[in-house]
Design a protein around this ligand. Structure first.
Ligand code: ADP
Length: 190
């Protein structure tokens, strides 16, 4: 079983590259951002609560996203593996994920960390906002807040996976194909 954490700041290209990895390696895609947006679209109570955080560029509480991932893992027991995209985002989430995976005896194979310069992130998010209509991609101060939250709460995860020998830094600048090629080279060795 191949379990990958696709890691990187907002706008690093996680969703785009996840698609490529699903096709190449036959994995299930679990994006907490996508799951939360479906809850919002469906008008659920969970979605309503999550929206208030997402609109400000803050993280949704750990117990909410951990609960969502738990139920997805339980309902996909025969999967070949998973790509976790946008999750974990805090050390608390990473510990909870390890615990959940331990129950199935299928640990994380590696964390693929896409590295992109800050100005490039802002440019990508603003242009995505024009196309997707995502509110959190249209406001420069919300974008800046997401990047700050990432640096403060999410970046420390590198130090969680590094001592386990599971951190792989990937240059996230360049064309989609170039970056996909770099990912494939690393994942091919797992
Ligand atoms: P991006 O990576 O561009 O920020 P996402 O779709 O991954 O886009 O996330 C959008 C928003 O959803 C985040 O800003 C955050 O509010 C919320 N979110 C997504 N995943 C998580 C998570 N694992 N923990 C907490 N909040 C999350």
């Amino acid at each position: 079983m191949l379990n990958l954490v696709l890691f990187g700041p907002p706008g690093a290209g996680k969703g785009t590259q996840a698609e490529f990895l699903i096709n190449s390696f036959g994995l299930n895609h679990l994006s907490t951002g996508d799951l939360l947006r479906s809850e919002i679209a469906a008008g659920t109570e969970l979605g309503l609560e999550a929206k208030s955080y997402m609109d400000k560029g803050e993280l949704v509480p750990d117990e909410v996203v951990i609960g969502m991932i738990k139920s997805k893992l339980e309902s996909n027991k025969d999967a070949k593996g998973f790509i976790f995209d946008g999750f974990p985002r805090t050390v608390e989430q990473a510990k909870a994920l390890d615990k959940l995976l331990k129950e199935n005896d299928t640990p994380i194979s590696g964390m693929l960390s896409l590295e992109v310069e800050k100005q490039e992130l802002i440019n990508r998010l603003l242009s995505r906002g024009k196309v997707s209509g995502r509110a959190d991609d249209q406001d420069q101060s919300v974008i800046e807040n997401r990047i700050n939250v990432y640096n403060k709460k999410t970046l420390p995860l590198i130090e969680y996976y590094k001592p386990q020998g599971k951190h792989f830094g990937i240059n996230g600048m360049g064309t989609i194909e170039e970056i996909a090629g770099r990912l494939k080279e690393v994942v091919g060795k797992f």
